[in-house]
Design a protein. Structure first.
Length: 252
């Protein structure tokens, strides 16, 4: 965490950070720091920051998409996915799994955050009746990691570490013209506010449970159907109960 960040008011004080870390665990801390920077940092233009928004969607493994942090700005909607990982990070835009290499070469895999946040943007675009180019996807990694091989930024997404977030965002905002007039900004703010209000702890618990069932292999990651054991010409396999509409399969 940079000292300059503290001075500019972009990072919360040490004790507040520790309190949040205790209360929410390390994952929640990343989201909190991103949100804090967006709310307190020096940024031009009209803005509103939302955190933890469940966006209902019609396709996908769970009934909704969970957005960590969202910045509604007069130049567009910036959607943030925070990753509080350490180690070296490797991945490409289309690869399903990215790799985190820890000390002694220990490797962990995690779902491609570019694809993860693209799903968030799609759900939001459908819900808010906006084209996808009104959105910017930001993947924000912690200061503790090193981005060894990640895709270059595009018009749709951008990858950075948290210490550079505001610098990158200011430049991005400057390059994009004003998109939402006051009336449209108010409409979007009210609509996102409603989604946030509906994102109760109960709704989130249901979402998390469903997401865990996807991870456990009980629910189809493509459509949310039940995964069932089947017998085929070449032996047994797991397949989606929505076959032939969904052709997801997995080895036994
Ligand atoms: Zn399926």
């Amino acid at each position: 965490m940079s000292l300059l960040g503290y001075i500019r008011g972009e990072q919360p004080g040490y004790f507040k950070t520790i309190a949040v870390q205790r209360a929410e665990g390390v994952g929640g801390l990343g989201e909190y720091l991103t949100e804090y920077a967006l709310e307190h940092g020096v940024l031009p233009g009209r803005r509103a920051v939302f955190r933890n928004v469940l966006v209902p969607r019609s396709t996908g493994p769970t009934g909704e998409s969970e957005v960590d942090v969202l910045l509604l700005h007069e130049t567009g909607i910036y959607v943030f996915e925070s990753k509080n990982y350490g180690g070296w990070i490797f991945g490409s835009a289309e690869q399903r799994q990215w790799t985190q290499v820890l000390e002694h070469g220990h490797k962990e895999r995690f779902y491609n955050p570019v694809l993860q946040n693209r799903a968030h943007v799609r759900a939001l675009a459908a819900r808010l009746a906006l084209p996808e180019d009104a959105f910017r996807s930001y993947i924000v990694f912690s200061e503790r990691c090193e981005l060894r091989k990640v895709p270059d930024d595009t018009d749709a997404f951008l990858i950075c570490r948290r210490q550079n977030l505001l610098k990158v965002l200011r430049k991005d905002i400057k390059a994009r013209g004003r998109r939402f007039a006051d009336e449209e900004f108010d409409r979007l703010s009210a609509r996102i506010g409603e989604l946030h209000e509906a994102s109760t702890d109960e709704a989130k618990a249901v979402h998390v449970e469903q997401a865990q069932r996807v991870l456990a292999g009980e629910v189809c990651p493509r459509c949310g159907g039940e995964v069932v054991r089947r017998k085929g010409r070449y032996g047994e396999f797991y397949g989606c109960s929505n076959y032939p509409r969904c052709t997801f399969t997995r080895k036994v």
